[in-house]
Ligand binder design. Structure first.
Ligand SMILES: [Zn+2]
Ligand SMILES: [Zn+2]
Length: 347
């Protein structure tokens, strides 16, 4: 069967590998759709700093084999799979830092989500890491559960009020998810900033306050003019760009919050005016990945059609074209969410 691997910097290889074997508590899933995430791109084209280099962590598909001890799932179940599942009982989990849990990073799909079939380990199967999909949710929509869950987590970590303002730096797929979540939470002024015109135009379809080119000289003036000269309550940095982080300190109001959501490169360093952070009493909150609670919330929002994630999908590629898909996502000129699909085969 086919599976995608990072072969080296900027190099993705589709290998033919043995169909993976399952143990008694595991399940095997035939991938049908898997989203391309910024963190995948960081693993290939950047300097990723996370423990796993496996590609594809947003997969949905059909259960093709179940271990002898598995009771809750059967062959042909349509599922979304979370690659990491925390223990919910360690010190970090009990402090709400589930994505920092050791078990969280130890659990993973084998060989990876960007494969024809992958093993979901017993821990994930037995601890809520697999969600059965109702018939009305497509695999492509289900592939958006994980990134939406990451966005939900970011909002759950910060303080804000109905009627607040947000500047979303980076108008990519997760940037747009932050737009949709902002609306649910009653955020009044929503600004999207990017350097890419395709993405700025895309953002305009979401009835936001303004889509602004982040390099234009009057960005800050524009934000001030719609926030009674205060600056925005929340800046959501949905890009790995370090310039965006630097800008966020300017854009946020006194006492406001900056969320570090995008994935920075390994060893990324910035010069920051710390006195400004201090005297403006800015809260900087990083948000990494998503727990099962966030995943369940995201699933509900998609299931009951509160959030329509389908409109973010601009491109689909077959698994055999994964290298091309990832390169395309990396260029990012005219794409939002790119989904990799695996057509149903007869055996
Ligand atoms: Zn992701
Ligand atoms: Zn834990």
């Amino acid at each position: 069967m086919k599976a995608a691997y990072v072969r080296g910097p900027s190099n993705v290889e589709i290998k033919n590998v043995e169909r993976p074997q399952i143990d008694n508590g595991d399940i095997l899933v035939k991938m049908r759709a898997c989203g391309v995430c910024g963190s995948d791109l960081e693993k290939i084209y950047g300097q990723y700093n996370q423990p796993s280099m496996r590609l594809g962590h947003e997969p949905a598909g059909i259960v093709s084999q179940v271990g002898l001890n598995v009771k809750n799932f059967k062959t042909d179940d349509r599922v979304f799979v979370h690659h990491h599942v925390p223990c919910y009982s360690c010190y970090l989990c009990l402090h709400g830092n589930e994505t920092m849990c050791q078990k969280y990073s130890e659990t993973n799909l084998t060989p990876c989500g960007l494969a024809e079939e992958f093993v979901v380990p017993e821990w994930n199967v037995s601890h809520g890491g697999v969600i059965k999909l109702p018939a009305h949710i497509s695999f492509e929509e289900a592939a958006m559960i994980e990134p939406l869950a990451c966005c939900i987590r970011a909002w759950n970590k910060i303080k804000f009020k109905k009627g607040d303002s947000v500047a979303i730096l980076g108008a990519g797929p997760t940037g747009m998810m932050h737009v949709m979540i902002s609306k649910i939470f009653g955020i009044k002024e929503i600004f999207c900033l990017d350097i890419n015109d395709f993405r700025l135009n895309f953002a305009k379809q979401f009835a936001i306050t303004e889509a602004i080119r982040s390099t234009s000289a009057d960005v800050y003036q524009k934000l001030l003019s719609k926030t009674q000269n205060r600056g925005v309550d929340v800046v959501m940095v949905a890009t790995g760009s370090l310039d965006a982080i630097t800008q966020s300190i300017e854009f946020v109001r006194k006492g406001g919050t900056v969320v570090l959501f995008g994935v920075p490169s390994r060893d990324a360093k910035i010069f920051m005016d710390v006195s400004k952070v201090y005297s403006k009493e800015i809260t900087i909150t990083p948000s990494y990945a998503a727990s099962e609670n966030d995943t369940n919330t995201a699933f509900k929002l998609i299931e009951d059609r509160t959030i329509d994630v389908k409109r973010l999908i601009t491109h689909k590629f077959d698994l055999s074209e994964s290298a091309k898909a990832l390169e395309y996502a990396h260029q990012g000129n005219d794409s939002m969410k790119i989904v990799i699909t695996n057509a149903e085969t007869l055996n």
